[in-house]
Design a protein around this ligand. Structure first.
Ligand SMILES: *Cc1c(COP(=O)(O)O)cnc(C)c1O
Length: 374
């Protein structure tokens, strides 16, 4: 498993995921943790087990295939956020008793047909587009959906859902409020028609900061893995108790001195202006340590920060260890996290990388993983 034949290890602390779950529970009832994309690179099965033990009654994955894989190992309800994409997905929904998000009328036809073939009804999460502009029925579709579901006992409404576009942007709170208003109107149509269902709107950021979005079920993802959706904003404090669950290390292959005027790596983009010492860490863009980290990122070696010098290569990266005594080949170099007083945070690494913490976790999590806790 993982990127083949490399020395990177993504170390996952499951106790931190349990801690983050417990912290989020204080902000809203009934979180249905989002474990799509292999639990944001942390590993679907170990994370699901940890969250089940912590009390999660529902888990949200991405594809129907991921939901089918999970349902044998997890006794709770499994929601597939991407919904059924073809008839094979629709049949899997029935066979494995999954709850798919549904956002097209023809998906209802596929599911009804699969339910007929399988001789069992389908539980549904209807997804509405209230301003994200991605997946979802239009608000105006609600009455037609009421009619469609009333006429077909094979289709059982269980959840009404929508997704927020700006929940992690304090300056865009008005847009969140507008989406929440549209969503409540949609839910009122189903309630007035006599349906009993759960309403779910918010992600991690909404759970932490938007009271009006804390409905029957919450869908936190990134916060469970310990990244603060409000890092660097005026609301940063709401996430300050979150603990990053992933740390990534590799080893140092070589240590050498550089004289003033000598340079390192392709393109000679870094040249020493004084004598210095360089360590070569066994990590590069083939290991999902992006080349855009060239000349920007820092690693932790022996509890101290070491900055990246010159370009990140395919499997090697040069770092400055001039001020870190006794560095030798075989020492650990931490790309994320690390020992000492200043571990590399997911937010820092994402900023150097020019991306968001979500992508950092998903990509670095493709490497070999080792687990602690749980
Ligand atoms: C990924 C996802 C979430 C979780 O969002 P976070 O920002 O990671 O908390 C919630 N709902 C849907 C529909 C998603 O796709």
């Amino acid at each position: 498993m993982g990127v083949p034949y490399n020395r990177l290890v993504a170390r996952i602390d499951l106790d931190r995921i349990a801690h983050n779950y417990a912290m989020l529970r204080r902000f809203g009832d009934n979180p249905a943790p989002v474990v799509k994309a292999d639990a944001y690179g942390h590993g679907l099965f170990p994370v699901a087990k940890t969250l089940a033990l912590a009390g999660a009654k529902t888990l949200c994955v991405g594809s129907v295939e991921e939901a089918s894989a999970l349902c044998g190992a997890y006794g709770g309800r499994v929601v597939a956020l991407l919904g059924p994409l073809d008839m094979a997905d629709a049949r899997a929904v029935v066979d494995d008793d999954l709850v798919p998000m549904v956002y097209r009328f023809d998906q209802l036809d596929m599911l009804a047909e699969a339910a007929r073939e399988g001789g069992a009804p389908v539980r549904l999460a209807l997804k509405f587009d209230t301003g994200m502009g991605r997946l979802g029925f239009r608000p105006a579709d609600a009455p037609a959906l009421v009619g469609r579901l009333r006429g077909d006992p094979r289709l059982q409404l269980e959840i009404v859902a929508s997704h927020l576009a700006t929940a992690d942007e304090p300056d865009n709170a008005a847009y969140v409020a507008r989406q929440a208003g549209v969503f409540k109107d949609i839910c009122a149509v189903f309630a007035a028609a006599g349906f009993v269902f759960e309403r779910t709107l918010g992600n991690s950021a909404a759970m932490l900061a938007h009271e009006e979005c804390r409905l029957d079920m919450q869908r936190p993802g990134i916060a469970l893995y310990g990244a603060n959706p409000f890092a660097g904003t005026a609301l940063a404090d709401v996430g300050k108790e979150l603990l990053p669950a992933m740390a990534v290390s590799t080893i140092i292959a070589h240590v050498h001195d550089l004289a003033a005027g000598e340079s390192v790596s392709y393109g000679c983009t870094f040249t020493a202006d004084a004598p210095m010492r360089v360590a070569i860490a066994v990590a590069g863009y083939a290991d999902c340590y992006s080349r855009s980290l060239s000349r920007r990122a820092e690693m932790v070696v022996r509890g101290r920060r070491a900055r990246v010098l010159g370009r990140v290569c395919m499997q090697l990266t040069a770092i400055d260890v001039t001020d870190i005594p006794d560095v030798v080949p075989g020492d650990a170099a931490w790309l994320l996290g690390g020992d000492g007083p200043s571990p590399v945070t997911p937010e820092e690494l994402a900023a150097w990388w020019g991306t968001i913490t979500y992508e950092v976790f998903c990509l670095l999590g493709l490497n070999r993983r080792e687990y602690a806790g749980g």
